[in-house]
Design a protein around this ligand. Sequence first.
Ligand SMILES: [Zn+2]
Length: 397
Amino acid sequence: MTDLLLKNIRPMGRETADILIRDGKIAEIGAGLDAPGVVVEDGQNALVIPGLVEAHTHLDKTTWGMPWYAGRKGGVLQDLIDNERNERVPLGLDVHRQSMRHAIALIGTGTTHIRTHVDIDTDHGLSLLEGVLKTREALAGMIDIQIVAFPQSGLMVRPGTLELLDAAMAAGADIVGGLDPSSMDRDPKGQLDAIFALAQKHDAPIDIHLHEPGELGAFTMELILERTQALGMQGRVGVSHAFHLAMVPPARIEALMERIAALDVSIYSTGHPSANVPSLKAMRAAGIRVGIGCDGIRDTWGPWGEPDMMHRARIVGMKNGFRRDEELELLLDTASGAGAASIGVAGHAVAVGSAADLTLLAGETLAHAVVLQEPRPLVIKGGAVVARAGHAVIEAP
Ligand SMILES: [Zn+2]
């Protein structure tokens, strides 16, 4: 672990101060700090926030840095899933190389924690997971990576997938994934009972992609909440997308959000531009732990996205109709400190005793920093400088 004296920064946009880091943790915050023998970095009056948190992405999917992929299909979910599963090998999508490119780009743009879903299916077995596990090992100390074993092609509809998920958890995945239990598997009880049992077996959290619209999504959400309560899994269940929370009548949304908060289920939103997305302000006001993520970037599904949580925060902000400074500050918090809490990382803050996982931002205020498209001046992980002027200190393959 590392010692560092970070001079001339504005913690959370407040007055200029210094931060002394000892053994990878924030030891002191104050004006005019001195620490003989400790390496000094001059922050040049940049803002400093807890490192950005990518709460929902797919490191095993991007074509970043590869030749342009021109084979993307139309918008039917099953076509997109099948296209990706069939195209991976012919495309030469080397998951270790691609996940390195993706994760190193995220380091360069100030992300210190990633939760990634990794496809587990009966065509590829655990091979995609192996590529991401290698990346996690290669980048240990530079970025923390949580891995969700994700049944992208369905669970009950593809026999053998549950056994592969079990093997993935034994091989190093951290979190049991799920996908549209009603619309994909047409067997919500089957899928949910199976993944909750697997999570109990491995003493692991759960993260379920739930795109199901309207009342169908609300029904599935109720099944998830029932199981969370019955199995005492409060604080260990997350639901990604949850489009239904923007589609059913307002009174139903309010009741669902109240129950989601009471059972401490996290919601991950990507601000999906072509879907109804739950209101960030309503979720935060209800007391729900919320994280945001880029989802897949430039993959076989879609051409859009950047490996940059500030870019994603702007999309989420626009989708939520944010204008006022306090809304932009809420957004930045959801992309950093609160986002960390949503993936089970406690105490992610610019505070004495916290891990020195810090991102410097250009801007006059936190709100200004959200809209400025400027490189991050400095990124610090565990007290070590891991990126400067928008670029990670290691080269991507
Ligand atoms: Zn996703």
